[in-house]
Design a protein around this ligand. Structure first.
Ligand code: PLP
Length: 384
């Protein structure tokens, strides 16, 4: 007997929701935001804060750090030391701050496209240069081109790699060998690695996410890991995250930057919710993963049977479907715009994630199976 009902969704239209406040007939399966009702332990933690009836400045309780240490120890088999953890009010804010702190204006920052679009903003808005080492798309799968990566990491002006583990949007779960190889190259060429692990709790049964620092000691020396409850518990609106930096010198340097940038103070509502999530959320996350995995299976079967010219990239992590539309279009921006106009269906165009995503779309599967079915029916009609 399941404890959580993922068929029942929150009604988010006209709630100033970035995802849902579109035309009423539009079905939006785009931005990384889930539609499920928040579990009771999240609502209760929020309610407790509401009931205080005074909403001033907050401290970061020790239980915040303890709950993170417990979660990663029990679920991901890696031991975070208390000292390594630094609170911050969001991963994007933290990455932008890290870019400013550990690189100079004009430096190269390496990314592996197609990748989370906001990485580009954090680099460009700070007058650094995006240096892309595109993932190789071969036989329906993505892998890292280590020769190209090393060539880019070895340039004098390269000081940072922003890495995504698991990878948004392709869903790659990187292996220990791949993680170790990245760490080795980073150390050899004196490059800091930011490993954004925000999607790490979305893993299909039978598959494994390996934290970047779990690969070996070198990876601990060279890296900054970003973790957060905001995706898996859908609490991004509460704005909080945690950065894990084993190296003391680097940690103190980055922490100073967070203070300068004023991203080191918690939202009044976030702390108790974070703690509730990481202490009471195990069963919820297990059931959530099962539900999303079923949505993915449904989509995979549908595409195979009814839309065989589309290619769904096989993935066992994140809640995104990354779909190759090259049989229909060479321009995903145009494709998504037409789809929105004609079929009232809103997906993310792949080009947002870099040029290599130009013939792809990204579909958010963190919604009811009924919505996934409806979206696929509309897509089928549109393509016909
Ligand atoms: C890879 C990745 N990092 C970071 C974020 C956003 O993190 P935050 O809301 O903590 O800034 C997202 C949201 O989609 C994401 O996909």
């Amino acid at each position: 007997m399941k404890k959580y009902n993922f068929d029942k969704l929150a009604n988010r239209r006209n709630t100033s929701s970035l995802k849902w406040d579109l035309e009423p007939e539009c079905l939006p399966l785009w931005v990384a935001d889930m539609d499920f009702l928040a579990p009771d332990f999240i609502v209760e933690a929020l309610q407790k804060r509401v009931d205080i009836k005074a909403y001033g400045y907050s401290l970061i309780p020790e239980d915040f750090y303890k709950s993170i240490i417990r979660w990663w120890n029990d679920r991901h088999h890696v031991k975070f030391e208390r000292d390594w953890l630094v609170y911050t009010s969001g991963i994007v804010a933290a990455i932008s701050s890290i870019v400013r702190r550990v690189t100079n204006v004009g430096d190269n920052v390496v990314v592996m496209s197609p990748v989370y679009n906001i990485f580009y903003n954090s680099i460009i808005n700070n007058q650094r240069v995006v240096l892309d080492s595109p993932l190789v798309y071969e036989n329906g799968q993505y892998h890292i081109d280590f020769n190209d990566l090393e060539a880019k990491l070895s340039l004098d002006k390269t000081s940072l790699l922003i890495f995504c583990n698991p990878h948004n949007p392709t869903g790659n779960l990187w292996s220990k060998v791949e993680l170790a190889k990245i760490g080795e190259l980073a150390k050899k060429h004196n490059v800091v690695v930011v490993s954004d692990e925000i999607h790490c709790d979305f893993v299909e049964n039978g598959y494994e996410y390996i934290p970047f620092i779990a690969a070996n000691e070198t990876n601990k020396e060279v890296s900054i890991t970003c973790v957060s409850p905001s995706k898996v518990f859908n609490i991004a609106g509460l704005q909080s995250a945690c950065i894990v930096i084993p190296d003391e010198k680097l940690r103190k340097f980055v922490d100073r930057g967070f203070n300068n940038d004023e991203i080191a103070e918690p939202n009044f509502f976030s702390m108790d919710v974070n703690i509730a999530a990481f202490t009471k959320g195990d069963e919820y996350v297990d059931e959530l993963n099962e539900y999303i995995s079923n949505n993915r299976k449904y989509m995979s079967q549908f595409i195979k049977e009814r839309l065989p010219k589309l290619k769904l990239i096989e993935a066992h992590s994140t809640y995104f479907a990354w779909v190759d539309i090259s049989a229909y279009s060479s321009n995903s921006v145009e494709f998504c715009s037409l789809l929105k106009q004609k079929a009232h269906l809103f997906f993310s165009d792949g080009e947002e994630y870099g040029k290599s995503g130009r013939t792809f779309i990204r579909i958010n599967l963190a919604t009811s199976l009924a919505n996934v079915k409806e979206a696929l029916n509309r897509l089928e009609k549109f393509l016909a």
